[in-house]
Design a protein around this ligand. Structure first.
Ligand code: AP5
Ligand code: MG
Ligand code: ZN
Length: 214
């Protein structure tokens, strides 16, 4: 099964992705995580991407299309993948339509996580991350010991783009550039929308109902 996750910043893509990957055995590919790793390592891609990410703007399409082309050609994704954060613009979606047939792949479902803007700012500004990939929220999903990861004990940190000003920019980019993709895929009848407000496990229950239909 090949899944595209769509949803605004803070909607719970990463949170749900972890549970989806565990249950369905698909490989989780987060373009945000790939970019952040490049920023950390100071690669040419990371140096270029950093200025856009810290301003809450989308990184240029050509860079993202190259990342995805390379990643989907690797052997480990042959059993199914889940894209978290790609595509995010019409040119990225159109590029996927070129790339996938050449790889003998297709998108089976676009899982659209719907959360109102008012909820998103507090989610993003209260988010805490661990280098092992686990995500917390100081209020909505706190770790057992403040500032430490339940899974591995490491210190939690905040993402550089999780400030109130940057979140507003990211929301604007979402509405202008990413939201139109819901219509684009809806015309193919492959969109499943789940309301992403409420208990994290209950939302996963609704996600699983949608995925079990595929
Ligand atoms: P990316 O890393 O993809 O960030 P994003 O889309 O802004 O989404 P987030 O990761 O912020 O949110 P999420 O939906 O994963 O939510 P999470 O589960 O963590 O991209 C970052 C940047 O990289 C972009 O701005 C852009 O610059 C660049 N980029 C990446 N891909 C690109 C592309 N294709 N093209 C161009 N540029 C690209 O949850 C958020 C918080 O809420 C957590 O604290 C969590 O614990 C909590 N939470 C989760 N669910 C619930 C719930 N139900 N109730 C209460 N709290 C909850
Ligand atoms: Mg994420
Ligand atoms: Zn950890």
């Amino acid at each position: 099964m090949n899944i595209v996750l769509l949803g605004p910043p803070g909607s719970g893509k990463g949170t749900q992705a972890k549970m989806i990957a565990d249950k369905y055995g698909v490989v989780h590919i987060s373009t945000g995580d790939i970019l952040r790793e490049n920023v950390r390592n100071g690669t040419p891609l990371g140096v270029e991407a950093k200025k856009f990410m810290e301003a809450g703007k989308l990184v240029p399409d050509s860079l993202l299309i190259d990342i995805i082309k390379d990643r989907l050609a690797k052997d480990d994704v042959k059993g199914g993948w889940m894209l978290d954060g790609y595509p995010r613009t019409m040119p990225q979606a159109e590029a996927m339509d070129q790339i996938l047939p050449n790889l003998g792949q297709k998108i089976d479902v676009v899982l659209n996580i719907d959360v109102p803007d008012a909820e998103l700012v507090k989610r993003v500004t209260g988010r805490r991350m661990c280098k092992c990939g686990t995500t917390y929220h100081v209020q909505f999903n706190p770790p057992k010991v403040a500032g430490k990861c339940d899974a591995c004990g490491a210190d939690l940190y905040q993402r550089a783009d999780d400030t109130e000003e940057t979140v507003k920019e990211r929301l604007q980019a979402y509405h202008a550039q990413t939201q139109p993709l819901i219509d684009y895929y809806d015309k193919r009848g492959i969109v499943a929308t789940v309301v992403g407000v409420g208990d994290i496990k209950e939302i996963f229950g609704k996600v699983a109902v949608a995925l079990d239909k595929i």
